[in-house]
Design a protein around this ligand. Sequence first.
Ligand SMILES: Nc1ncnc2c1ncn2[C@@H]1O[C@H](COP(=O)(O)OP(=O)(O)O)[C@@H](O)[C@H]1O
Ligand SMILES: [Mg+2]
Length: 235
Amino acid sequence: MINCQNITKSYQTGETSLTVLKDISFEIKKGEFVAIIGPSGSGKSTLMHILGALDKPTAGKYFLNDKDISELSDDDLAEIRSQEIGFVFQSFNLLPRASVLRNVELPLIYDTKTLRSERLTKAENALSAVGLEKERWHHLSNQLSGGQMQRVAIARALINEPNLILADEPTGNLDSKTGDIVLETFKKLNSGKGHTIVLITHEKYVAEHADRIIEIRDGEIISDRSENHDGLKDK
Ligand SMILES: Nc1ncnc2c1ncn2[C@@H]1O[C@H](COP(=O)(O)OP(=O)(O)O)[C@@H](O)[C@H]1O
Ligand SMILES: [Mg+2]
């Protein structure tokens, strides 16, 4: 699904060039649950922007579902982002004065091909998938707890049934107990529905929820290992 080949990303500010990703190569297969871990400033968000087709590498190739992202037009990239990728961010990015259902439907509101009733059904399915209690669905999003808000944001990311979910520090604004519920939600989506999940974090205990951990430091991969969850009790 994801194939990065010798990806380098540099930012040019005035005279100076800062190389944030250095010759990064890895693959992620459909159905994997992978964490990318590294300290602040190591290049995680930069990498996520490339994986999410929000930005292009300075050098190297990125193939998403066998398509060479560097050769696509902005319109094609926008189409891929909306159809194939669901994004989840640290700050949930919900519309505070809109209902939960409305927030989840939002990516489809300008999609003239989708009927209103179909939109609603999809939103309800997505909210069921993240386990948000039905009685919350008509609440305004700003009436929810942080953990509930993040589950609404995950439901919104699921609305087009994307193959790939990219989550950048999704538990960063949550206490550890609420964070666990959100991580459990990702785990269920991965094992139950087969969504491929890439979870970006700087926290080891968050990364340990994944089946594979790619560690980056100063823009380079320093380890890539599969986690052995045997013996760990599933909470
Ligand atoms: N648009 C940009 N222009 C210049 N420098 C940037 C830009 N985005 C990120 N950087 C720099 O790239 C480095 C990595 O940033 P980032 O990918 O956000 O790291 P992380 O998500 O791991 O904290 C940092 O030094 C940051 O200042
Ligand atoms: Mg970041």
